[in-house]
Design a protein around this ligand. Structure first.
Ligand SMILES: Nc1ncnc2c1ncn2[C@@H]1O[C@H](COP(=O)(O)OP(=O)(O)OP(=O)(O)O)[C@@H](O)[C@H]1O
Length: 277
């Protein structure tokens, strides 16, 4: 179990995350929603220790990860794999080498730099790609893939880290509806089949509702909602997205740019997102 206890993170005068406490049971799929600046990314970065907490602590399976250093910290980061909005692949490398980069936390940087991977590791990478329907693209350069395919490569890279949890920071924000659906379905099936804990920042209510068992709403660094998708009433949504601006009117259409299960998706790939990348 992941336990976040009274965690605060300040950047100078800005309190990005304020006294947040959450318990996440193994195998949950949690969607974190909130306005821009609500503290969602900072919360994920606190969990895998990309940033240190100002106060409070984070425990995983009873162990305080807030105080880890050196090899223990590197091992923890490998156990909680991050997926980012912009995929973070090495464009000039082929797809399978990008996936094998996920081994860096286990093998260290040298084998990765010199592409010295064992047959076993190549097998793991191929299996991860196959699972994400990307085996035929294994030898293509990463930058020849669509945005959605690149994000699935990033998920394959996360899988071969052998993680205990996956932290996904706006994984579908750059994708068109079809690719967004494929990426969320991939995360959901890993969550269900492997009982992998997935914590996912999402900018659309529909995606959070469609794919997550539990939704955490953040506003101004604090958790203002924590419950099942069905409990997200209009009032709660206003509380999450209304924010500091008293006049803010929450137009759900603005926060629901995809409707994964109900809308006929366009077939185009996310070239625009790739170009921006
Ligand atoms: N490294 C940093 N230095 C200074 N301030 C930061 C830093 N990281 C985040 N912040 C601030 O902390 C607050 C929360 O930011 P955060 O990125 O966590 O929000 P968010 O909910 O993920 O927003 P978005 O959806 O736009 O990514 C913001 O006010 C942001 O400007």
């Amino acid at each position: 179990m992941l336990e976040i206890r009274d965690v605060t993170k300040s950047f100078g005068d800005v309190v990005a995350v304020s006294e947040v406490s959450l318990r996440v049971e193994p195998g949950q799929m949690v969607g974190i929603i909130g306005r821009s600046g609500a503290g969602k990314s900072t919360l994920l970065r606190l969990i895998n220790r990309l940033v240190p907490a100002t106060s409070g602590d984070i425990r995983f399976e009873g162990r305080n990860v807030s105080s880890l250093t050196g090899q223990d910290l590197r091992a923890w980061r490998a156990r909680c794999a991050m997926i980012f909005q912009q995929f973070n692949l090495v464009n000039r490398l082929d797809v399978i080498t990008n996936v094998l980069i996920g081994r860096i936390g286990t093998t260290g940087a040298l084998p990765v730099m010199f592409k010295h991977f064992s047959t076993h590791e190549r097998g793991l990478a191929a299996a991860a790609l196959d699972r994400l329907d990307l085996l035929p693209q294994a030898l293509q350069r990463a930058d020849t893939l669509s945005g959605g395919q690149q994000q699935r490569v990033a998920i394959a890279r996360a899988l071969i880290q052998n993680p205990k949890l996956i932290l996904a920071d706006e994984p579908i924000a750059s994708l068109d509806p079809r690719n967004a659906r494929l990426v969320m379905e991939a995360l959901r099936s890993i969550n269900k089949e492997d009982r992998m804990t997935v914590i996912c920042n999402l900018h659309t209510l529909d995606a959070a509702r469609a794919y997550c068992d539990r939704i955490v709403g953040m506003a101004r660094g604090r958790v203002v909602f924590d419950g099942a998708p069905g409990e997200l009433t209009g009032e709660v949504i206003q509380q999450i997205y209304g924010g500091a601006d008293e006049d803010a009117v929450v137009d759900e259409s603005l926060t629901s740019t995809i409707a994964p299960r109900h809308r006929v998706a366009s077939a185009g790939d996310s070239r625009a997102a790739q170009a921006a990348h």
